[in-house]
Design a protein around this ligand. Structure first.
Ligand SMILES: Nc1nc2c(ncn2[C@@H]2O[C@H](COP(=O)(O)OP(=O)(O)OP(=O)(O)O)[C@@H](O)[C@H]2O)c(=O)[nH]1
Length: 334
């Protein structure tokens, strides 16, 4: 639970707002029924039901876009309704809603929702005691919305930049190990649901240390970026490459079964043998390949590929080893 709250910004906002709204509205609902104001009590209960519903929907489905949209709509509509029913005393509820919408939906949708809410309230004659009060309300609501828009826009931009930095390897531009863990989880869940086969290739450049030692780190870096460009140009769009660490990469291949896997891997090996070079000659690679088994954990999948890679190194490098015993084959030498 805390893991989901920590990793999903919108879910944490929806939860915080949901709980605050429940705690804030429930006493008012009870008070209205005690005072005999049944209409206002029922309105409060309706608002509560909507908020609790969207909170539950976000947690059960994980669809925070839709529940955020629903929650933003509910709170704005509720604030307009409260303003219409209670008049002056209810107007103030719109201000927290004008700020909150920017945390629940995109800045543009939030701005649109705010404008519609303010105009809706202004169109209700009984909501304001005088035209001066109405225009003062409109001006202050516009100021609050504009400030919230600027803040939310900058916040979203910075969050996207941080997310990008946290998931991308700066040297090669491919996804890093952190995002690999997430993608492998998604792949395993998809395989379980649809039966789509997934292959995982763990690959490591051979004698890479020598390239660095003899020609310098800059040349080593060039080899790594060339490797990534070659793989990306010679694999499908749906395939994903990750930098696992150092000169070790992981390639995730969806929709490749045991039969086509050998062809795919032999082609890739030959392309790298032919085109991946450093000033001292060609650079070769070793590969460990594992097909995801039914119900297998990510750790087991990775460790089978890793063991296969280890065997490829042990058997002299420049080799492909398949982890699955029923499908274990050495690639045809060049
Ligand atoms: N240029 C460069 N080198 C790196 C980077 N990350 C790791 N390395 C180097 O990669 C080398 C890995 O060396 P080893 O683990 O001994 O592997 P190897 O020399 O390829 O030997 P085998 O894998 O056994 O064939 C080390 O020299 C690291 O410094 C990087 O981002 N750029």
């Amino acid at each position: 639970m805390f893991h989901r709250l920590k990793n999903d910004f919108r879910l944490s906002i929806i939860t915080l707002l949901g709980i605050s709204a429940i705690l804030g509205i429930t006493p008012f609902a009870i008070m209205r029924f005690i005072q005999g104001n049944v209409v206002a009590g029922v309105v409060d209960l309706g608002i509560l039901a909507g908020i609790v519903g969207s909170l539950a929907y976000a947690w059960v489905t994980g669809d925070t876009r839709r529940s955020g949209m629903f929650l933003a709509f509910i709170i704005c509509a509720s604030a307009v309704l409260v303003g219409a029913v209670m008049g002056e005393a209810g107007l103030f509820w719109l201000f927290p809603c004008l700020v909150t919408t920017f945390f629940l939906v995109s800045s543009r949708i939030a701005a649109g929702l705010n404008i519609v809410s303010v105009l809706a309230l202004m169109s209700i004659e009984t909501a304001f005691s005088s035209p001066v009060q109405m225009w003062t309300f409109a001006a202050t609501a516009a100021t609050v919305s504009a400030c919230a828009y600027v803040f939310a826009y900058r916040n979203q931009d910075q969050r996207e930049r941080l997310e990008h930095l946290a998931t991308i390897d700066p040297l090669t531009g491919v996804k890093n190990r952190r995002s690999m863990d997430e993608e492998l989880d998604l792949a395993a869940a998809n395989a379980e649901r649809t039966g789509l086969p997934y292959a995982l290739v763990m690959m490591d450049l051979d004698h890479f240390k020598q390239i660095n030692d003899v020609y310098g780190h800059g040349v080593g870096d060039d080899v790594l970026t060339d490797l990534v460009a070659l793989i990306e140009h010679n694999t499908r769009k749906s395939d994903q490459l990750f930098r696992y660490g150092g000169e070790e990469f992981v390639l995730l291949l969806p929709g490749v079964d045991g039969n086509s896997l050998q062809t795919v891997m032999t082609n890739l090996q030959q392309i790298l043998r032919k085109h991946l070079k450093y000033p001292g000659g060609p650079v070769t690679s070793s590969f460990g390949v594992a097909l995801l088994r039914h119900g297998e954990s990510i750790d087991s999948w990775l460790s089978r590929a890793d063991e296969a890679l280890y065997k490829a190194k042990e058997s002299g490098r420049d080799t492909i080893i398949f982890a699955d015993e029923s499908d274990q084959r050495l690639a045809v030498p060049a």
